[in-house]
Design a protein around this ligand. Structure first.
Ligand code: URA
Length: 238
């Protein structure tokens, strides 16, 4: 039988406040369920295809949230930031209340694709070094990138404070100063350190792909969207 839950508890679990706050919103007629106003907090509802509005804002019920964000520059990937606004300020408040986390941080000056979820297992799987989910970065370098540099990145580089050499999985030259570099790991400042090790310097860094999932052209800087079933399949190819 389909799982049922009362409206007050559903709203609270979706991140709309404490049970008491949600109860008050329901009694104040601020909630519709599947198109109908519902003012009884104890109404039992099936969670399947459940759509509601909260203060006229539409919201589809999701047990767990999985989304992608096009990170802008000058945003930090932590909840408590030091110098810049947090990426979480770009998301609807209920998601932040639900405790969503980004999967692998980007530096404040890095832009591009970042995944965000409140599913602990998914976060663990995607960030675990064991799973080695490849990530592709578009790297703009201060100096021209030479063939010898590309060979060095592919053959492996010994970074300060790392025991083993680290090699890029792939490097594609896009223009004299721009490469697409694929990495299996997500070590601290890894791209910038690898580029510094070939006597160059990163002037622009954008993550354009995770697994087989590309940053969509139509996702503007600062925008987010839910991950579709297709997107999820691209993250864990069989
Ligand atoms: N490597 C870096 O140096 N910075 C990032 O933000 C991501 C990968």
């Amino acid at each position: 039988m389909a799982k049922k839950l009362d409206l007050e508890r559903i709203l609270s679990k979706q991140g709309f406040g404490t049970r008491k706050q949600c109860r008050i919103m329901i009694i104040n007629e601020e909630i519709t369920v599947n198109g109908e106003m519902c003012d009884d907090p104890d109404t039992e509802l099936s969670l399947e295809n459940l759509k509601f509005t909260v203060k006229n804002e539409p919201w589809d019920y999701r047990e767990k949230s999985y989304l992608m964000l096009h990170k802008p520059s000058n945003y930090e990937c932590s909840h408590k930031t030091q110098h810049h606004p947090t990426i979480y300020s770009l998301l609807p408040h209920p998601l932040v209340e639900r405790g969503v986390q980004c999967i692998g941080r980007l530096d404040e000056d890095t832009t591009g694709l970042i995944l965000i979820s409140d599913d602990g297992q998914f976060i663990h799987k995607m960030s675990s070094p064991k799973h080695k989910v490849p990530k592709v970065y578009e790297v703009t370098c201060k100096h021209p990138v030479l063939q010898a540099n590309i060979h060095a990145l592919l053959n492996g580089i010994k970074l300060v404070d790392e025991d083993q050499t680290i090699a890029a999985l792939a490097v594609e030259q896009v223009s004299e100063h721009v490469i697409h570099m694929t990495l299996a790991e997500g070590k601290y400042h890894q791209v910038k350190r690898m580029i510094a090790a070939i006597s160059n310097r990163v002037e622009g860094l954008k993550r354009i792909q995770i697994g087989e999932l590309k940053l969509p052209d139509n996702l503007a800087v600062g925008e987010w969207r839910w991950l579709s079933a297709n997107d999820m399949a691209r993250l864990s190819p069989s």
